[in-house]
Design a protein around this ligand. Structure first.
Ligand code: URA
Length: 235
């Protein structure tokens, strides 16, 4: 691939802008400035520098963010920050999208990608990728509520029954459960349906990928192995 095209694919701007960066001597590979926009490159394990900043070539990007409170998943957020404010322009230029949504007041694991197939695989309603949530509730969680959540509840304007698995009371007002669909405000509505209220909500896991020790507001690139874990569906 030509150097100018590679830079463009990585989010460094329009072809003309990339050509200019290269001609200005801003781009180097293995410590050597390359000022020919048409330099042919092998992409395997390619690393390069732009203005002395190191980058790794990635055909697609897969990101796990620990979303803080007060951030919306939309590009044009209205009342809050946008999660896209947490990323450099070169990533947003690549057109990364949220894989599903978290409410602005929900914290925890949010995946982002510019790979449309990956996004589809995780968000398609028929694919049923499990998601683990932890929450604090307004009222004490009763045995009956746990049983109702496991048996399944109906949600207004949605068809079918919404059941959780692995419903675990962590303390009197703290619950963990796994949900298997992804309808709007699903967890808050399920908890409301059994007569309680979510006070704060946190997503811990998608598929078999756990948020682990990613600090709030921080993010990582997923490895190939982590991508496969995130895609693990229900049997
Ligand atoms: N369910 C909710 O109610 N809110 C979220 O942010 C995610 C799941």
């Amino acid at each position: 691939m030509f150097l100018e095209k590679m830079l463009q694919s990585q989010g460094f701007g329009a072809r003309k802008h990339c050509q200019q960066l290269i001609k200005n001597g801003a781009v180097s590979i293995n410590g050597v400035v390359v000022d020919n926009p048409k330099e042919k490159l092998k992409l395997d394990d390619l690393e390069f520098e732009v203005y002395q900043e190191k980058y790794t070539y990635r055909e697609k990007v897969y990101i796990a963010l620990n979303k803080p409170k007060g951030y919306e998943c939309s590009h044009q957020s209205t009342h809050h920050f946008s999660v896209f404010d947490l990323f450099d322009d070169i990533l947003t230029n690549r057109g990364i999208q949220c894989v599903g949504r978290l409410d602005q007041d929900t914290t925890g694991l949010l995946l982002l990608t510019d790979d449309g197939q990956f996004l589809q695989a995780l968000t398609h309603p028929k694919k049923h990728v499990p998601k683990v949530y932890k929450m604090l509730t307004a009222d004490e969680i009763t045995d009956e509520q746990v049983q109702q959540l496991e048996a399944g509840v109906e949600l207004r304007n949605e068809t079918g029954i919404f059941a959780a698995t692995d419903v675990t009371r962590l303390s009197s007002n703290e619950l963990q459960m796994t949900v298997h669909q992804g309808v709007y405000h699903q967890v808050k509505r399920m908890i409301a349906a059994v007569g309680n209220k979510v006070e704060s909500l946190h997503r811990q896991q998608i598929g078999q990928f756990d948020l682990g020790d990613i600090a709030e507001g921080e993010w990582i690139y997923l490895t190939e192995e982590q991508i496969q874990l995130a895609k693990q569906r229900d049997e």
